[in-house]
Structure formats: structure tokens, C-alpha cells
Ligand binder design. Structure first.
Ligand SMILES: [Zn+2]
Ligand SMILES: [Zn+2]
Length: 80
């Protein structure tokens, strides 16, 4: 039924780059929309962030929507 996943899984299934500001050196770091952490290419330090609401929060089929590997990684990144 949910062959293509729900809207909340799009950013995870088809990640796109976003710019965040490195909290260590203040420069712009590219992070993909399915990533919870990214090493800054300027200072080499790790930036972590919390991904906003995705299908993981409310979808009973989240594991199928985003795939098991990403599901586990994102769940782990949330610390719960
Ligand atoms: Zn940096
Ligand atoms: Zn879903």
C-alpha cells in the first residue's frame, strides 16, 4: 500500500543538501536532510542536529517508508 512512502519520508528517502552553521567555527557546512551529524570540513569538529518531524514520529510503517537501515540510524540519532 505505502509503496512510495508517505510525505514525511521524502526528505529521508531523497535527501537534499542543507546549509547549517558550524557551531564551532561559524562557517557554513553542508548537511543532508537525512543526516543527524556532519563533520565540519573547515575545523573538523562534529555538528549534530535533530531532524524535524518525519514519518518516524507518526507513521506506523516508518520502517518500510525509509528503509530499515535509515530507520535504525535515525532512531539512534534521536537518543530514544
Ligand atoms: Zn567548523
Ligand atoms: Zn511513513
Amino acid at each position: 500500500m505505502l509503496k512510495n512512502g508517505c510525505p514525511g519520508s521524502q526528505e529521508i528517502k531523497q535527501p537534499k543538501p542543507e546549509d547549517i552553521r558550524c557551531r564551532h567555527c561559524g562557517r557554513e557546512v553542508e548537511i543532508w536532510s537525512d543526516e543527524t551529524e556532519r563533520k565540519c570540513k573547515f575545523c573538523g569538529k562534529l555538528n549534530t542536529r535533530v531532524i524535524g518531524q518525519t514519518c518516524l514520529d507518526w507513521c506506523a510503517f516508518a520502517k518500510e517508508c525509509v528503509g530499515e537501515e535509515k530507520y535504525r540510524r535515525l532512531k539512534a540519532g534521536r537518543g530514544n
